[in-house]
Design a protein around this ligand. Structure first.
Ligand code: 4NP
Length: 154
């Protein structure tokens, strides 16, 4: 696999965190995959990630402050082999936005970590700090799941 796109609603909390966690885990495993993140809405286009997401990622040793929000484009459905949605609503939006000849495989990111027991990464935007910590924990498990999948198919 060459590339993966992570998608949430605003592209300022969950999906930039996902990109960072997956980059971190894939690099540690010596796997080269290009990643990016995007949102289904444009309210935050051009903005850096939410300050709370930046802080939580930093505790993990990952700097996401240089990321800038953008909206999913039609080209993304061809450019990326896989597109991972954070929750069911993102997935439904993606299916609606996908061009008829889309080639990307679209799935929930937590399907990479079925043992985690939660299929949706909850939106932390209106909650407290614990929500951001949970996003990190969940995405860490999903990233580990992908590394396991790729290692098994090597
Ligand atoms: P995200 O969180 O989808 O994880 O980036 C949100 C960010 C912004 C909004 C909602 C969710 N918003 O409504 O502006």
């Amino acid at each position: 696999m060459k590339n993966i796109l992570f998608v949430c609603l605003g592209n300022i909390c969950r999906s930039p965190t996902a990109k960072a966690m997956f980059d971190y885990r894939l690099k540690a495993a010596g796997i080269e995959i290009l990643t990016d993140s995007a949102g289904t809405i444009g309210y935050h286009t051009g903005s850096p990630p939410d300050a709370r997401a930046i802080d939580h990622a930093r505790v993990f040793g990952v700097d996401i402050s240089q990321e800038r929000a953008r909206v999913v484009t039609a080209a993304d459905f061809h450019r990326f082999e896989r597109i991972y949605a954070m929750d069911q609503s993102n997935l439904d939006d993606l299916v609606r936005m996908a061009p008829i000849d889309a080639t990307a495989e679209i799935d929930l990111v937590m399907n990479l970590a079925p043992d985690y027991g939660l299929l949706e990464v909850p939106d932390p935007y209106y909650g407290g700090s614990d929500g951001f910590q949970r996003v990190l924990d969940m995405l860490d498990a999903a990233a580990e799941g992908l590394v396991r999948e790729l290692a098994a198919n090597r």
